[in-house]
Design a protein around this ligand. Structure first.
Ligand code: SAM
Length: 229
């Protein structure tokens, strides 16, 4: 390998890191509130220690501006929630909400959720993982960037406690078909609604910004609830 022309294989990611337009208030929230409510990946290894209590713990991947995460954390004070998001303005908005509602049961990570799952979150430590409206990567040549892949399902199963749940919602039919296909082939995951069947929309699942957009565009929303065997 000593050659300087070493081949660096770049990992395919399910997101593009972009700051977007961050408002001064979001920036201020990130600067002042991150130390209180943000987590480094290493703090994910012992969730009881991080939250200072033993409680059921749920991870939301790609929580955007926190419509689901904040609402769930407010409605379920006895659960702990981790929101993984790489979009900084979204982090700013969530930090503002956490502070506004005085929430102590929700913490954020701003790293790639795949890395968090792979490197930091302990096996059998989560009661649930939620992925609501993941980026569809709708062009065929970009499909490989979709978050939900067989390797993702395997990782999630490893991190879930026994009978833990994976909740997914998408308004992109091709992504829904893809999820049906890969989950059918996964030996350790069961679709609770039955093979090739969508779940009813969970009554507790809050409406998010992307779901509102889907409704405006008259897209059909598909839900999935899987359990680890
Ligand atoms: C289409 S948005 C949906 C946001 C929100 N769930 C909603 O329904 O409004 C998808 C989000 O997932 C985030 N994301 C994608 N891949 C991610 C990853 N590997 N780790 C953390 N966040 C990710 C993106 O930054 C983006 O904000």
């Amino acid at each position: 390998m000593g050659d300087s022309k070493q081949l660096i294989k770049r990992e395919i990611r399910s997101f593009v890191r972009r700051e977007g337009r961050i408002t001064p208030a979001q920036r201020e929230a990130v600067d002042s509130l991150w130390p209180r409510h943000g987590l480094e990946k290493t703090q994910l290894t012992d969730l009881d220690l991080t939250f200072g209590r033993k409680a059921p713990c749920f991870l939301e991947i790609g929580c955007g501006t926190g419509d689901a995460l904040i609402s769930l954390a407010r409605a379920n004070p006895d659960n702990n929630y981790i929101g993984a998001e790489v979009y900084l303005p979204g982090i700013g908005t969530m930090l503002q909400a956490i502070e506004k509602y005085g929430l102590t049961n929700v913490r954020l990570v701003r790293d790639d959720a795949m890395e968090c799952l792979r490197e930091s979150i302990s096996d059998q430590s989560l009661n649930g993982v939620m992925v609501f409206f993941p980026d569809p990567w709708h062009k065929k040549r970009h499909n490989k960037r979709r978050l939900i892949q067989p390797s993702f399902l395997t990782l999630v199963v490893k991190k879930l406690k026994s009978h833990g749940r994976l909740f997914v919602g998408t308004d992109w039919q091709d992504y829904a078909d893809h999820i049906i296909d890969i989950s059918l082939e996964h030996p350790l995951l069961t679709n609770l609604a039955g093979d090739k069947i969508y779940a009813p929309r969970p009554a507790w699942r809050p409406l998010t910004r992307y779901e509102k957009r889907a409704i405006r565009l008259e897209h059909v929303v598909r839900d999935f609830v899987f359990t680890s065997n």
